[in-house]
Design a protein around this ligand. Structure first.
Ligand code: NAG
Ligand code: NAG
Ligand code: NAG
Ligand code: NAG
Ligand code: NAG
Ligand code: NAG
Ligand code: NAG
Length: 588
């Protein structure tokens, strides 16, 4: 089924876009392929004593939940943080939500934002967040708890804050308050007219508004507005990263954690002129006047939002080049712009928020692309038969210099030097190429550049998640192959904010003792960082300390296949990283 989807939607095992298309569709199927999201009631706590709290917007009645260790906590599901972005508010940045009368039932799943999963679904009225807290404010407990705000991934195109999909049942064993907002997707999140009419980045501005809501309200849930850690995975990590670059988000969070940010092509964010031209083209397709941004946007507002979300098919020429059409944008210099320069410039100029951060990669990130070949030896043979052209398409064209032959030769001599070798070994090595290019090298290099830029004083921690447990995203990437394909893209979230078990392993699978150790360790590491900026866990042997990344390249290795042991190491894959440094340096 997975293969069928990828084939029918993109026809591209080999096309240039294959890597990202596969990544996006796979993430899509990860989250939605097995169990469709339903907006429905969440059962209230058995005792009927539902938790309540009052915020300036009004009174909220939440529900009781329990962690996997039996600790009770309160959940407030579907709290409006912004006005519904409908009518004139479509294509505008989020506007803070107003008050209500009476008590709002915060025990019902809110709408998911408009998205295409197996079918088009969702509603534009979707700007709601969930808050999970072990401690509502009371006279006995005046101490406010650290806050963690999670941004889910989904290729900027889909996702949900549904607690079944990102369960708080592990993290809430610790004294933290967790916030998970929804945000708009696709054109509804990223249209830009390149001017003040609709400058762009509304998806990111939704998250920023959720962070402002958190600043104003989290104390009513027992959370400390001065201790907010923003974290996210995959495209969610890209959102987190971009929010660290804006003068408008200063003070809204105090630390951040990014998991497996993909390398995006074309380089994202795009210049506003590119996105505005796309908006005009779409307007022409839809028969809208395009003479001014205002007439264009007013006309686009007359269309059904669900229909508009799906107009990416009209932009086919762009769609063939990549799976996602609408991306973050470098905005024009107008009021409300998040950033008006490229991330590379902002970071190099020392203008990124100088905050403590953690960056994570997984050992076998590239399985997100290569898993399909484990079931399809003939497809893999096609790759090997035309290796050069496949390598060129696996790596986006921006990395290739004039001397493409020298570059493919370098890749082959480093990773695929004997094509008569065992197919599994070759596949493993091809996976390494994709892991290193698409994720590991550029994330490592970002941490390294930060450590080496005197404009930044804050520590950056680097880790690699190498643990392979019972549950893994590879089960989905490979269309239900239970084989151990390693620690793959997204696996770390299984130990932090898990989705339904049946997504990640054959029916009836259960966590092992080692899996439980990994849950303990990840929860301790992430929440200790959120609490005091020092990521620690009892699982670290010999009182070892995970130090920030510096010239000796200290990093944390979290697990090793089925061994949940955690070790501080130094010198991250030195030879491999050096290879990529040279590879990119060769680019002219
Ligand atoms: C709340 O009730 C008052 C009095 O009935 C009414 O004037 C007001 O519009 C209501 N506000 C909301 C947000 O419904
Ligand atoms: C609340 O305070 C009590 C008494 O000091 C303490 O035992 C308990 O752990 C606190 N709860 C939280 C969630 O901090
Ligand atoms: C743009 O086009 C609309 C509809 O065709 C028209 O009403 C309007 O006057 C035009 N505006 C400008 C500035 O040309
Ligand atoms: C928009 O289109 C969707 C899908 O066709 C439909 O379900 C929905 O009711 C429409 N919304 C409005 C406001 O017309
Ligand atoms: C696989 O990669 C390793 C280095 O990671 C290399 O030593 C080995 O020769 C490669 N194998 C093949 C068959 O190319
Ligand atoms: C920073 O750059 C200098 C000079 O290139 C180098 O000697 C040093 O090791 C670098 N430090 C880090 C943390 O990369
Ligand atoms: C992982 O464990 C294996 C088997 O014990 C060992 O050979 C290997 O060196 C370890 N790898 C890392 C990166 O620690």
């Amino acid at each position: 089924m997975l293969v069928g989807k990828i084939g029918s939607r993109s026809c591209c095992y080999i096309a240039a876009a294959c890597v990202l298309v596969a990544l996006l569709l796979i993430v899509f199927l990860t989250i939605f392929g097995v169990i469709p999201i339903k907006n429905g009631d969440i059962p209230a706590g058995e005792d009927g004593m539902r938790p309540e709290t009052t915020i300036p917007q009004g009174r909220l009645r939440g529900i009781n939940m329990v962690t996997h260790l039996g600790r009770r906590f309160s959940a407030f599901i579907g709290v409006p943080f912004a006005e519904p972005p409908i009518g004139d508010l479509r294509f505008k940045q989020a506007v803070p939500a107003g008050p209500w009368n009476g008590t709002l039932d915060a025990g019902r799943m809110p709408n998911v934002c408009v998205q295409r999963t197996e079918e088009l679904m969702g509603d534009e009225d979707c700007l709601y967040l969930n808050v999970y807290t072990p401690q509502l404010p009371s006279s006995q407990n005046a101490t406010l708890l650290p806050v963690m705000v999670f941004v889910y991934g989904g290729a900027f195109q889909y996702g949900t804050n549904n607690p079944d999909h990102h369960s708080p049942k592990f993290l809430l064993n610790k004294d933290v308050v967790l916030v998970v907002p929804n945000h708009r997707f696709g054109i509804l999140g990223f249209l830009s007219t390149g001017d003040e009419v609709s400058p762009g980045n509304n998806l990111l501005k939704d998250i920023a508004e959720a962070l402002r809501w958190t600043q104003r309200n989290i104390k009513y849930f027992g959370g400390d507005a001065n201790k907010v850690t923003l974290f996210g995975g995959s495209s969610g990590a890209a959102c987190v990263r971009l929010l660290t670059l804006s003068p408008l988000t200063k003070g809204l969070f105090h630390q951040f954690m990014i998991h497996s940010t993909p390398q995006l092509y074309p380089p994202v964010p795009e210049p506003y002129s590119v996105v505005a031209a796309r908006a005009t083209k779409l307007g022409e397709y839809l028969g809208c006047p395009t003479n001014t941004s205002t007439t264009l946007v007013n006309c686009l507002r007359t269309f059904n939002g669900t229909y508009l979300y799906d107009t990416e098919v009209l932009l086919k020429d762009e769609r063939t080049a990549r799976a996602t059409v609408w991306y973050p944008v470098v905005e024009p210099d107008v009021e409300g712009a998040l950033f008006t320069d490229t991330p590379a410039n902002i970071i190099a100029n020392g203008k990124q928020h100088d905050l403590p951060w953690v960056a994570l990669v997984t050992k076998e990130e590239g399985i997100v692309i290569t898993a399909v070949y484990y079931d399809k030896p003939d497809l893999f043979q096609q790759v090997l038969d035309n290796l050069d052209s496949h390598l060129i398409s696996f790596l986006r064209h921006d990395v290739w210099s004039a001397d493409v032959d020298a570059q493919t030769a370098a890749l082959k001599s480093r990773y695929l030097n004997d094509l008569t070798a065992d197919r599994k070994l070759l596949l493993h090595n091809l996976t390494d190429i994709i892991s290193d290019y698409e994720f590991i090298y550029h994330i490592y290099n970002e941490v390294k550049q930060h450590a080496n830029n005197s404009a930044y004083k804050s520590p950056a921690y680097f880790c690699t998640f190498d643990y392979r447990g019972t549950f893994s995203d590879s089960y989905i990437f490979s269309n239900g192959n239970p084989e151990n394909l390693g620690a793959v893209h997204g696996d770390e979230l299984i130990y932090l904010l898990p989705g339904p078990k049946e997504f990640f392993a054959p029916p009836g699978s259960e966590y092992t003792e080692n899996d439980m150790k990994m849950i303990d360790a990840m929860v301790e590491l992430w929440t200790s960082f959120a609490t005091n900026g020092l990521p620690t866990t009892a699982a670290l042997n010999d009182n070892a300390i995970w130090e920030p990344f510096s010239s000796d390249e200290k990093y944390l290795q979290i697990g090793n296949d089925s061994d949940p042991g955690i070790q501080v190491k130094s010198g991250f894959h030195e030879e491999r990283m050096k290879f990529w440094e040279n590879f990119f340096a060769a680019k002219k």
